[in-house]
Ligand binder design. Structure first.
Ligand code: G3P
Ligand code: CA
Length: 328
């Protein structure tokens, strides 16, 4: 197992998504310029089996697909991981069709002025960006791909893992020290990946609920069960770390007020697992009141609790928070 790095990683969550439409090359590039160590593409598949960077396979929240009359008839309703979802789905579009769309900002309270400017990138394009900017900056820009809805995509004949590993292999990502972490909220696909790759793997965890593949398999265990010392020991048999909701480390009560930290960081480290919580956001609507509008206080708290990295929408603030924390 890897040793925890001395300096916690700043992982650009969907790029610098606090400033640019998420999962665009512009968003990733801005995050790199702000000093992020890793850029995070969530991955889904097109109809022709190409991995693209989107948070969901339903793309009306983050693209202008609804404004394209030629695709109006593609609007449909599907069951995705137990939820009824209506909209337009990447698996119903070829990559050439996806490339005619433009990204838009998901959150109304963020900057809308970049809407309509940027394409949906392929995973291959994200890798190329990381490699190009690594060469230009002299820093190693890592990639942190997430398999989204892996059971669903395998069921419809568009598995994510094979093209993911093929692209990583083609691009020279090999072994435990490669600048990549593969993440998943499901367990089964990480276990299968461990059988065929040495690349670092991260088990994501929600604060509530169960991995979807557990639901499908009738396994009653919850994410809470996975976060117990026994659960963490099992995760350590196939993964290098965990990516928990930050509220599993610093919980909040029903009134939203923060509570005392849990032992999750300590327990995970005891199991020799890295800890990369999500998601750190500077927007007032996301920041807990205890931080008094200063996101630096939240970064300081989590770095002081010993996390090995964190996912942030605001790479610049995260880097500054790390610098301030490292000085005391
Ligand atoms: O992958 C870590 C974090 O990104 C998980 O949340 O929903 O933004 O993919 P989500
Ligand atoms: Ca993600």
């Amino acid at each position: 197992m890897k040793l925890a790095p001395l300096i916690p990683l700043i992982i650009a969550h969907r790029g610098a998504s606090g400033y640019r439409p998420e999962h665009t090359l512009a968003s990733y590039e801005l995050a790199i310029g702000m000093g992020a160590d890793f850029i995070e593409p969530d991955l889904v598949s097109t109809r022709d089996g190409i991995l693209i960077a989107r948070h969901e396979n339903e793309i009306s929240e983050t693209t202008d697909v609804a404004a394209h009359p030629e695709f109006a008839s593609r609007k449909t309703t599907k069951q995705i991981d137990g939820h009824e979802v209506t909209g337009w789905f990447t698996e119903d579009f070829t990559l050439a069709e996806i490339k005619t769309l433009r990204a838009k900002e998901r959150l109304r309270f963020r900057n809308q002025s970049f809407n309509g400017q940027f394409e949906v990138p392929t995973f291959a394009e994200v890798i190329a960006l990381a490699k190009r900017r690594s060469a230009e900056t002299g820093r190693t820009i890592g990639i942190y791909p997430e398999t989204k809805h892996p059971t669903y995509f395998r069921t419809i004949g568009l598995p994510l893992e094979e093209p993911l590993l093929a692209l990583l292999q083609e691009n020279g990502y090999r072994g435990r020290t490669a600048p990549v972490y593969i993440q998943s909220f499901e367990v089964g696909n990480l276990k299968r990946l461990r059988q065929v790759t040495d690349l670092p793997l991260i088990q994501l965890m929600e604060a509530v609920g169960r991995p979807w593949d557990f639901v499908v398999a009738g396994d009653p265990r919850t994410y809470h069960d996975l976060a117990t010392p026994a659960g963490l020991m099992e995760i350590a048999t196939y993964a290098d770390g965990i990516g928990p909701d930050k509220r599993m480390i610093v919980p909040a009560g029903p009134d939203g007020r923060l509570l005392s930290p849990t032992s999750l960081v300590k327990d995970a480290h005891a199991a020799k697992l890295l800890v990369h919580p999500w998601t750190f956001r500077s927007d007032g609507s996301f920041l807990a009141p205890e931080y008094g509008g200063n996101p630096g206080k939240e970064y300081d708290q989590f770095f002081s609790l010993g996390v090995d990295g964190l996912f942030s929408d605001f790479s610049d603030t995260a880097v500054k928070g790390r610098e301030a924390w490292s000085r005391h």
